[in-house]
Design a protein around this ligand. Structure first.
Ligand SMILES: [Zn+2]
Ligand SMILES: [Zn+2]
Length: 399
């Protein structure tokens, strides 16, 4: 039997949800309003079981009458600490917080997918799990706690969509294999000994030492990493001194992030940074301590078969032109990689560019995705459920 969804009506509700969420951004791990909102919307859908395995975020289950696979769709729900510069009637009402990474849209698309699948539950096999995950932006992200909680043990495949403002609107792009980077966050403390700025020989200067450490760290990627691999070491902050020109400071603090695409390079960078920091500091009579945050994110490794399933799903629901294969991973970090400890995963980008306007990057205070992309995301989710064997009804994609 062919189902003909009322796409116009779905799109209207979907954009309404997205705008409600956009007005109310919340910090990572503190998404209380968002959690209540999502749970209220999900509660209106028939057959959906709503659970809250963590303090915020929702995991919802929709079970079919027939046996079949367990497929998981994951959205994230947290905002980014940035003050929105866009002016519109659904701008962020929270100074210092904004849905600048599109997680409002991710949640709205997943709500719409849940609404449609709940309508078609008499044709549903196995189980669909909808994750509205908290705390993606802040490690340890919300994915790890869900994996550790055991609530996803039945899962056989995981799919996620992320908006991409540099990709044409409604295009799905997948990178088979490694799709994002290993992300590490580090903090360095350089200890010297303060003194009179006219008598540097009686002090141990942490500022000049910091400058040497910053330069030396840049030589790791340039001179130690195989040029066929790629990596990033970015120092993002250097704090030293208090503005006084009369005194040399006692210590300096630096922090930053690294990106790599293999476990070997990740390990090599950590070891090299440790060595370079300590030896460079020692050469200048200072002492360096470097600390890497535990639980930072690993690279997403997209499963080849799930990528093929995603390709069929995108082409069927959106047309051949609306699917692309990327050849290079992105250097962003994403905790969706945690789910690959349970089952194969497929993380896809959803193009949200405006064709005739400037498209601001993710995390920009001016980020403003093309809302026409959202209905394409919902069609993709529905099509995935058909390709996976969870939904056994044909959908009228046009009309
Ligand atoms: Zn982000
Ligand atoms: Zn994001």
């Amino acid at each position: 039997m062919m189902k003909t969804p009322d796409w116009n009506n779905i799109e209207k509700r979907l954009i309404g949800w997205r705008r409600d969420l956009h007005r109310h951004p919340e910090a990572s791990h503190q998404e209380h309003w968002t959690t209540r909102y999502l749970a209220e919307q999900l509660a209106t859908l028939t057959g959906i079981e709503i659970t809250t395995p963590a303090a915020t975020g929702v995991v919802a289950y929709l079970r079919g009458i027939q046996p079949g696979p367990t497929i998981v769709f994951r959205a994230d729900i947290d905002a980014v600490p940035v003050t929105e510069q866009n002016r519109c009637d659904f701008s962020s009402q929270q100074p210092g917080l904004m849905h600048a990474c599109g997680h409002d849209a991710h949640s709205a698309m997943l709500l719409a997918a849940a609404a449609l699948l709940s309508q078609y539950r008499q044709h549903l096999h196995g189980e669909v799990i909808f994750i509205f995950q908290r705390g993606e932006e802040l490690s340890p992200g919300g994915a790890k706690e869900l994996v550790d909680s055991g609530c996803l043990e039945r899962a056989q495949m995981f799919f996620a969509l992320h908006l991409q403002p540099n990709l044409p609107c409604g295009v799905i792009e997948v990178k088979p294999g490694i799709a994002t980077a290993n992300r590490d966050t580090f903090h360095i403390k350089i200890s010297g000994q303060g003194g009179h700025s006219s008598m540097p020989h009686l002090a141990i200067d942490p500022l000049v030492t910091s400058a040497a450490v910053v330069s030396a760290l840049q030589c790791i990627v340039a001179r130690e990493i195989d040029p066929r691999d790629s990596a990033v070491i970015s120092l993002c902050s250097l704090q030293c001194g208090d503005g006084s020109t009369a005194r040399l400071p006692d210590s300096a603090q630096l922090c930053g992030t690294t990106r790599s695409f293999t476990p070997q390079v990740r390990q090599q960078i950590r070891a090299a940074m440790q060595r370079v920091c300590c030896a460079t500091a020692e050469a200048h009579r200072c002492r360096a301590e470097i600390h890497f945050e535990p639980w930072d994110y690993s690279a997403i490794d997209n499963d080849q078969q799930l990528c093929q399933l995603a390709a069929r799903a995108a082409r069927n629901a959106l047309g051949d032109h609306a699917f692309r294969v990327a050849t290079q991973p992105m250097s962003v970090g994403e905790d969706f990689s945690e789910y690959q400890h349970i089952a194969p995963v497929c993380f896809a980008w959803l193009g949200a560019a405006h064709p005739h306007a400037e498209n601001h990057a993710l995390h920009s205070a001016c980020f403003s995705p093309n809302e026409q992309a959202l209905i394409a995301g919902v069609r993709y989710y529905l099509s995935l459920a058909i390709e996976s064997g969870n939904l056994t009804t044909a959908i009228a994609w046009t009309g």
